[in-house]
Structure formats: C-alpha cells, structure tokens
Design a protein around this ligand. Sequence first.
Ligand code: F6R
Length: 606
Amino acid sequence: MCGIVGYVGQKDCTKILLDSLSKLEYRGYDSAGVAVVQNGKLVTKKNKGRLSGLEEKMDKEGWLKGTCGIGHTRWATHGEPSDINSHPHGNANITIVHNGIIENYKKIKDFLESKGYEFASQTDTETVAKLLDYYYNGDPRETITRAISEIEGSYALGILFKDFPNEIFAVRKDSPLIVGVGDGESFIASDVPAIIKYTKNYYLLEENEIADLKADKITFCDIHGMSVQKELHTANWDMEAAEKGGYEHFMLKEIHEQPNAIKMTVSPRIVDGMPDFSESGISRELLNSFNRIFIVACGTAMYAGTVGKYVIERLARIPVTVDVASEFRYRNPILTDKDLVILVSQSGETADTLASLRLAKKIGATTMSIVNVKGSSIARESDYVIYSHAGPEISVASTKAYMVQISIFYLLAFELAYSNDIITKDECRRLVSVLQTVPDKIEEVLKDKDEVSHIASQLMSTENLFYIGRGLDYALSMEGSLKLKEISYIHSEAYAAGELKHGPISLINDDMPVIAVATQRELFDKTISNVKEVKARGAKVILVTHSSMSVDEEAVDFVIGLPTIDDMLMPMIAAVPLQLIAYYTSVLKGNDVDKPRNLAKSVTVE
Ligand code: F6R
C-alpha cells in the first residue's frame, strides 16, 4: 500500500526522501512523487512507475532543492496509475501525501466544485488537498482539524503549507504513521524501515493527533488543540535487518531468518520448560475461561491461524473457527463474553483485521492479537497482544511472519491443553522441548535448497497446479498454494486430498502437476492413495514427506524428504520447501520476487 515519508532538517532532502521511499518499496506501489519547499515555493515532481523513473526524471529536469519535503509511493485505489494521479497533490499553497481511502470524497469534490475548485486527478486525495485549501485560515492546526472533521474513511497525511516553509504537519486515522526524531532533523514515515538509517527514535501518531514537525522540535496536539505528551519509542533492530545482507532477494533472506525468528519468538515465552504468556498479561486462568476461539486474519496470517485451529482443537479440545477477516466483519458473527477472538497480523494494520477486532470488542468478546509490528493499530487496540519477534519482514510474500505466527499457536495450544487439564505438565514440557528443536531442523532443510530449486525448474512452465494434503498437511497446502500463486503467477489450488474425487479430479491430466504434502503418518496411506489416483491420470507428482517414509517410486516423480519431528509440528518443517518452491519458480520465471505485481505488503484498505 502507499508509503509516506517526510523530512525537515538541515540537509538537502530530495535524496533522503527517495532513499526513505526506497525502504517502503516492499509495501507495493505503482507510482511515486516528492514535494519540496524550494526557494519558498512548493515544487512537486512525480510520475508513474518505479522510484528509479522518478530519479531519471529529476536527472533530466533538475533535482528539487530544499530542506523540507514530503514523498510518496502510491498503490492505486481511485484512478489508474498515472503521472497525474501520483501524489503529492495540492496547489501552490498546500501540498499533501496520503495513505488510505476517503470514502466520502465524491461529496466533498462536488461541494468544492460548486465553490469553483477544479480537479486534475481522479484521486480521492486531491479532494483533501483542496478541502484543506478551502478551510485554510493561516493556522495549519485549525485548518487540518476543520478538514478532517469532514472526512470519512482512513488517512495518514503528510502536509506542507507554503506559509510554513520549515514545517511538516501530519495527521492520521486508521492508517499508520510514525514521527522520527533525529539530531536536528525530524521525519514522518509509514513504517520504521524508511527512517532507520537516520534514526531509531520515533513516536507513534495516534488517531487524529496532529503533529507539527520542525527540524529541532516536534509538537503534538489533539483535535481540540490541546498539547499531547507522547512516549518516545526506540527500534530494537538496525539497518542490516532492513537490508538484503548478501541475499539476492529479501524473501530468500527471510526464509533463512526463520530459525532465528522462531528462537526469538519462542524463547522468551518459556519459563521452567513451560509456555508462559505472562509478559502479555495472559494468565493460565484467563486461557482457561473461554468456551470457543475465533481466529480472524487475512491471507498468510489466516493460513497460520488454520494451522492454529488444527493444533488447538487436537490438543486442547476447544472449538476453533477460522475466519477471513473481510467475511467475519460482515457476517454478523455470534460472539459472547466467553469467546476469545485471536487476530493475526504481521503488519498490525490490515484494514479488515482491524475492523474485525473492533467488531469483536464491541460485541463483548475478549480479543488477543498476534502481531509483528510493535505499536501497530491491532496491537494497541486488542485486549492482549502477543508480539512475534520476526524482525522487519520486507518481502511482500510472507514467510518468517507465518513461521513465528504458527510457533505462537503451538505454544498457545500447549498452554491451553495444560491449563484445561488435557495434557500433563510432563507432556507439555516435552512438547515445548520438541518445538525448540524446530530451528535446527529447518536449518537442515535449508541445506537441501538446491534440490528444491531443481524441482522448481520442472514447474516454471506450468500454468496450473494442485496442492493436496490431509489434516495439518491440508492446512499447510493452502499456504503453499498462496505463496506459489502470489509470486510465480502460476494458478494453483489447495485441496483436501480426500475431496479431489468429488469434482476437481476431472482437471487432472499430464499438464497438471500435483504437490502432495504427506507428513501426518496416520493419514499417510490415505494421502498416498490419492496420489496414486492423480498419478494414474497423468499428473506429475511431487511428494513432501518425512525422509524416513518409504515411498512407492512408481507413484511419484520427486520426493522432498524432510527431517523428522513429531507429526503435529511438521507444518513448521514442511513449510520451508513449499516457500522455496514458490521462491525458485518465481526467480526462474524472472519475476519481481519481493514485489509481485498488484500486491501490497500492508493492506490498509478493505
Ligand atoms: C501473503 C501475504 C498476505 C498477508 C495478508 C495479511 O504472502 O503476505 O496474504 O498475509 O495481507 O497481512 P498482515 O499479516 O499484515 O495482516
């Protein structure tokens, strides 16, 4: 989704703005632009396409010069990607960058047109710029307050006023924005990676707080003009974590970071060999008090929740429902105060997940979130938050965030099973210790990545593909299939292996490879029967299973043999070759692995 940056300080800011925007490229974008106060005037350069295109434009037309400016990467919502629709938007007096969606922009536009305003773009953002201009009375804070009182929807706004050439103003609602504090310089950004090179210190802007940034002073006020004192946060990771570190792509780097990410996430939650969520204020009694659990999330986070469902139900015998957040929020869910709703989100800003959280709270359920980005909206608004410690995930295709999300679900399932008297303390300790061996097993899988790359080379010209599995293998197959389609652009579907013959088997022929995941030994023979059925119809079969399983060579074309661990934990091991298959297929097809077409990292609109 759109990325916002802003700089005010002593340095020439255009290069800094572009550099910071490049750190937000991972969010996905289709055009970019900057506005700088140059000799007292607001000057804008913007164009469709990548940041490199904007640089080339400035190489030709001249770089903007100034020490105060704002920048933007746009992911089109209202109006196609084009130079004119790119941000910043405004006029000679006020220029803005915006992330979010203004739902009542049409009404505002009609009103402003009736007052003689003309619009150049098709964007909702331009209406906000012109609305600010309409209300401008010489006082930026009053003007912003007046304008936002008329806006419906979500917004993070960076605003330049010509009359205040050394200041940036910012405000947000339902879209993230941070305010960075440097040495004689101040920043705004959608996310920490944009400014980590310059400062680790930042404030989190709250809903409808207005920030006024000068080089050496930042002040905040609420919509009533009352000054607000805020807590300064310090990022506990550095530039290196936000760089590729020698890997060809962030995705590959992040796949390799998984063993460490699991350790960082799991270790602080083990006390005396037992799961312990007291750091999040979650007691054993609390976990014992729920009749049902709802897991609500989007995309990969939702598939992590699907693994969570299987594991919690199997171990703790508590009914779990998994919902796609965009469905949950509109299906009028039946919830009571005895229900726990777990929201899962890497970014902590996904619009549908956030709306589901608010709905669940309103109905009276207890809410708990599993979130990676500290201080994000979902983390702040849930009753309880369990932070995953994956570090920044830059690749649009999520890998390490998925892995740490499921590791938290395992710990939760162990804890729920123990607190509900279903497993003994010894069994709980044993399960925890098995979970702690997962990072080493993943390292073993990563050593065989060349083999996986060879298998990927067999898939690159495929147009359609099936993933099949049963139980936890089915839960994992859904994530494997999502990963493949989002970055390789190969159409794939995940099917419960036993369900194939109820329809989709008609699609199987020698052009339809099948990736079969069979790590659950009690279901192995059944899945192999399904494998034989597709093989008999011409499918090329890739089987992912324990290396110790003996496999009928006639039934499969390739086997990816995995190190063995308790079957219940196998999704954590088997996820890795599925991630690698998607990765290598995408690389071999020459796709933009880290920034797949049409996708955005943080989906802050519904
Ligand atoms: C896929 C992917 C997306 C996200 C989804 C939710 O690789 O990354 O499906 O999982 O958009 O995002 P978060 O976890 O930030 O709520």
